[in-house]
Design a protein around this ligand. Structure first.
Ligand SMILES: NC(=O)c1ccc[n+]([C@@H]2O[C@H](COP(=O)([O-])OP(=O)(O)OC[C@H]3O[C@@H](n4cnc5c(N)ncnc54)[C@H](O)[C@@H]3O)[C@@H](O)[C@H]2O)c1
Length: 320
């Protein structure tokens, strides 16, 4: 297959690209290398991807149709082409202070992608949604058909909007799509704005860790290679219109996540217990039975295995 991955220099895009390149697919990467977090990490991921002969990077912005057209020109159209749309402005807290960026990048950007998928006759689209769409749904574990029209963050709202945009393009224009609701992804080359990375930085520097929700929050943590396998399965299956939860299959207490990290780092951190932040939800728990059945999705990595792999990478990358 020939696949255009938006957000290829990002955390999940990078791991997905490696998996596709390793099995011999042709991958066109697309990313604007924005400065939401250290672009050196994006360059490092991209350098690895550029080591593959079957990879080409287009540096461009989702908001620019001219930039996107360069990537779609390389992709072409037809049965064997796919778009894997992972580029987005991420971060629940960042979305509260920067609503415009989220509307432009996530909603307008996704519409530009859908229009070009339609125009060029692309074989199918797989795109990133998020567990944030469940908002204040309190029926746990979350199932794909649960109510998710009450998001608690602007970020969650943009992701739910993406699902609606995709639905409309399928109904009106027959653009096939699969939306993947990712649940707190972690692992090597992870995002520096996410909890695991922040905790690791605070612990290694001996600074107090900010533990929100008094440490009582629960998350369905998902190891990044399990997620990438789910994304690849969605690209391969190429359903007409589906939404899947992709979670780790087990809900963990935040304090257990921290203790596992401390063990892997060999150091116990000081903790500053703080209340929940606006936009946060107390617990996310994924029902992944639909993805198991229809995608053959089978997350295997527990935090006791995944966190030490993150720490190994973190120590090597930052020479700690
Ligand atoms: N990591 C998680 O736990 C998680 C959970 C739920 C959903 N998601 C979603 O998964 C996708 C990938 O997330 P990630 O963790 O890899 O994030 P990331 O920030 O590491 O990757 C996103 C990439 O998209 C690029 N990008 C952003 N705006 C762009 C634009 N306008 N034009 C071109 N490129 C642009 C960024 O430079 C970045 O490299 C996102 O859509 C995110 O919302 C992630």
């Amino acid at each position: 297959m020939k696949i255009l991955i938006t957000g290829s220099a990002g955390f999940i895009g990078f791991h997905t690209a490696v998996m596709l390149l390793e099995r011999g697919d042709t991958v066109i990467g697309f990313d604007n290398f924005n400065e939401y977090y250290d672009p050196k990490l994006k360059d490092a991921r991209n350098k690895i991807l550029e080591g593959y002969d079957n990879f080409t990077i287009i540096r461009g912005d989702l908001k620019s149709n001219d930039d996107l057209k360069k990537a779609f020109d390389l992709l072409g159209g037809g049965e064997d082409t796919r778009v894997c749309h992972l580029a987005a402005q991420a971060g629940v807290r960042h979305s509260i202070k920067n609503p415009d960026e989220f509307i432009q990048d996530n909603i307008q950007g996704t519409n530009n992608i859908l229009e070009l998928c339609k125009e060029r006759g692309v074989g199918g689209l797989t795109y990133a949604s998020s567990s944030s769409v469940y908002g204040d749904n309190d029926v746990s574990p979350f199932q794909e058909d649960h109510k998710c029209d009450c998001p608690l963050s602007l970020y969650g709202m943009t992701k739910k909007t993406n699902e609606l945009q995709a639905y409309t393009y399928y109904k009106l224009h027959g653009v096939k799509s699969t939306g993947l609701r990712f649940f707190t992804v972690y692992g090597p080359y992870g995002r520096p704005d996410m909890a695991l990375f922040l905790f690791a930085n605070w612990i290694t520097k001996g600074e107090p860790m900010q533990v929100f929700g008094q440490g009582k929050m629960q998350r369905d943590f998902t190891y990044v290679e399990d997620i990438a396998a789910g994304v690849v399965a969605a690209l391969d299956k190429n359903y007409d219109y589906e939404i899947f939860n992709l979670g780790g299959g087990k809900t963990e207490e935040l304090m257990d996540y921290i203790t596992t990290l401390e063990k892997a780092l060999g150091k116990v951190g000081k903790k500053e217990m703080l209340p929940m932040q606006p936009g946060d939800v107390v617990s996310t728990s994924a029902d992944i039975s639909k993805a198991r059945k229809m995608l053959g999705y089978d997350p295997k990595t527990q935090i006791t295995e995944g966190i030490p792999k993150f720490v190994e990478w973190y120590r090597e990358y930052y020479q700690i």
